[in-house]
Design a protein around this ligand. Sequence first.
Ligand code: ATP
Ligand code: MG
Length: 510
Amino acid sequence: MTDYILEMENITKEFSGVKALDDVSFKVKRGEIHALCGENGAGKSTLMKVLSGVYPYGDYTGNIFLDGEESKFKDIRDSEKKGIVIIHQELALIPYLSIAENIFLGNEIKKYNIVDFDQTFERAQILLKLVGLSENPGTLVTNIGVGKQQLVEIAKAISKEVRLLILDEPTAALNEDDSANLLKLLLQFKAQGITCIIISHKLNEIMEVADSVTILRDGKTIETIKKDSGELTENRIIKGMVGRDLENRYPDYEPSIGEKYFEVNNWNVYHPVHQDRKIIDDASFYIRKGEIIGIAGLMGAGRTELAMSIFGKSYGSKISGTIKKEGKVLHLSNVKQAIDNGLAYATEDRKGNGLVLIEDINQNISMASLNKLSKATVINENDEITKSEYYKEKMRIKSNNIFQKVGSLSGGNQQKVVLAKWMLAEPDILFLDEPTRGIDVGAKYDIYTIIQEMAKAGKGICVISSELPEILGICDRIYTMNEGKITREILKKDADQEILMESMTNKAGV
Ligand SMILES: Nc1ncnc2c1ncn2[C@@H]1O[C@H](COP(=O)(O)OP(=O)(O)OP(=O)(O)O)[C@@H](O)[C@H]1O
Ligand SMILES: [Mg+2]
């Protein structure tokens, strides 16, 4: 038998005449962790969809061999029968089913042809434990955050007979601790003989677990680097991805910070359903003109809930506290009022809240600015198109044109559309929730530059991020949160990862 569990040869896949994959070859050794790297839109997810039968045989050209035997999958079920399980970049759980039901969806455990819920819950509990989740299996998926949903997806994957596990950006939504756990889990899987293909933009994680790395650029294979060659470094991967050396990860920047601009005081928020649960506890913070503040915290610390409750009460119940802009109290009871008062919130959940996937790039970008683009309720479509073209160019959104549906864009390019939408709205105060999730290193740099340009123009910016290096790299001042409370305020010059981590886990603050 060959050493390779998988050999993909000369794979070409087109979407309406545009080649997303152009003669790609990709070989994975049995039992290894093999990373797939490349810029947003390079073709990574498409290659994995070809492999797992999402794009069936006949939809692409080229050959796929599993254990040396040619495979022609008709659909996902077909590839699952051979032990290939894919966890997609965009999570696909059903929000109003329980965790347990989601895990066994399509593979229900039955007794006398009826779903055996006792067994379902029992087995779900075991699987959840394996992935490090202490949630009750009966909890609805809608009530857990994206990070935990990712772990549920993994529990679902290992409930099947998996030999080749494909994870498309599994840690994009996870914070550092949870990511570390997940990577440990992958190493455990490897010890059990499961082969893994992992796609990630977090190169440090790849360096940690991968035995080999294959780099794609513009739909073509650039090279495969093996760890034992001694040549695998982050810089080498970046060079392969972008085609040149990238000197710095963060742009050089001199902030020019002005007066206090936006202020939130004694902010309290309760859970939208369980109204006795306090989610945000007496939070106070401010942003000055031209300032980029950061909010650091672990998953569940309440960062997103804080931003959303401020943004026109789009989260929570029994909200109290004051919001002031330029010293004037604002009463924001809905999103429209928030936008009208110059606020913007770019969501961490682009697929659920940030985009209308069945609409095109043009309409998604203009969505929060229709007032500005209209006269007497008629949209000036030329203006709309010009603006969308401008942002497509500026943010380097990779697509055929602005009339491509956002649902068909690569994950990272979808994220850029979310950001473009809020840039066009020209807000004064911008909350960016995980703005670079799933974005490649080169494009991250572009986004940091744009954030800094906005700050330079006198706006107030708040970045929520789970990546501490990012918070330290671009924020002027940082707040840490823990269990709904703001635990500390630190200037960039006084902060490092350890100090942040300490205040993110220490409730009382320092
Ligand atoms: N259904 C589709 N219709 C049209 N074009 C598509 C479709 N799916 C993917 N594409 C295009 O194929 C290219 C490759 O996309 P793919 O999703 O594979 O990129 P990726 O490497 O996974 O990027 P990311 O890191 O952003 O997730 C992109 O230019 C994308 O716009
Ligand atoms: Mg992708």
